[in-house]
Design a protein around this ligand. Sequence first.
Ligand code: CU
Length: 368
Amino acid sequence: MLFQTKFAALLGFAASAVFAMPDFPGGICTSPLIRKEWRTLTTAEKSSYINAVKCLHTKPGVLAGHPSHDGVTTRYEDFLSEHKLQTPLIHWVGHFLAWHRLMIVRYEKALREECAYNGAQPYWDWSLDALRSNFTESPIFDPVTGFGTNGRWDPDEPHLGPGLTGGGCIYNGPFKDWRIGVMPGAATGMQDPKGCIARDISPIFPQMHLRPDQVAAVNSQETFWDFELYVNGRSMNPEEFGMHIGGHASINGNMSNPYTSPTDPLFYMHHTNLDRVWWNWQKHDSSYRLFETGGTLGPRVMETYNGPPIPGNSTLTTPISLGFLGGDQYSVMAGQVHDIQGRNRKVPGLHPSIKGILCYDYADPPTQ
Ligand SMILES: [Cu+2]
């Protein structure tokens, strides 16, 4: 019951806030932030992004001391904890991509406004690395200009799949000394992680789920439902992970925990790429795909959650929110984040005064 009560509370919060939301300034996005692939950033741009992420982990968290946000000390952990809190409501649902789009936009804003970052949130196009003979040679794992590599070998970890050599705390890169206080906790039924960023990089899952031919195939999915199944996977069977879980399982460690995966800053690089994959699909034929949605209101795969089923479908008017992390401005309807350039389009089912709230675009990845 707690599960449903929590859901109703979130719905109530979002529904009351959405009509009070001020219009998107000007209603038109005139100069979108351009999100770029990690390896196309200059060394200076990479370091300014990493420094901003590190900065977030030095600022005090606004959710610190809040009864629903155990373990939060820093601003970085605010985002992690909100994701943990909402996990049973925002995964394996039709608004999964919409909710994560909203989260990334808020994170990008925090980097820029609170940590003096003047770029856009970058993305990691893992399809450029999926077929490498050694996946860990991707520039994303560079210990100096990237996010660091694997965790130390930990024989006590349940290594997911063959060929895994880590499982412990990362030992190089800019985040190797990070301590994280937000744990999954007993209510999630999942093991508490180590309080650091742990990884157990997989050589198999990138080849299984993140290949360029799979990215190409995504755009040929005609309906949102087929697209969603392709990206988000059909089940927790490793053969059926899809790109979303496949990306998480390629890194493992914290990234394999559905509640606390934003412990690892790579979470944002992976999810921004998923957001780009969605945008590419949406704009392929924007006349009908832009406001296509579907899927369930509650998780369609329940292996990782213990709540009762939530009936109904996800729609453009499904409320999504970042709770206390986002406030009124980020308590919106899913349809409001379908257009990443926040254009004042008529969103089916939404009141005409309700507009989009986003203003960014994607630069293409480099060609191989
Ligand atoms: Cu998530």
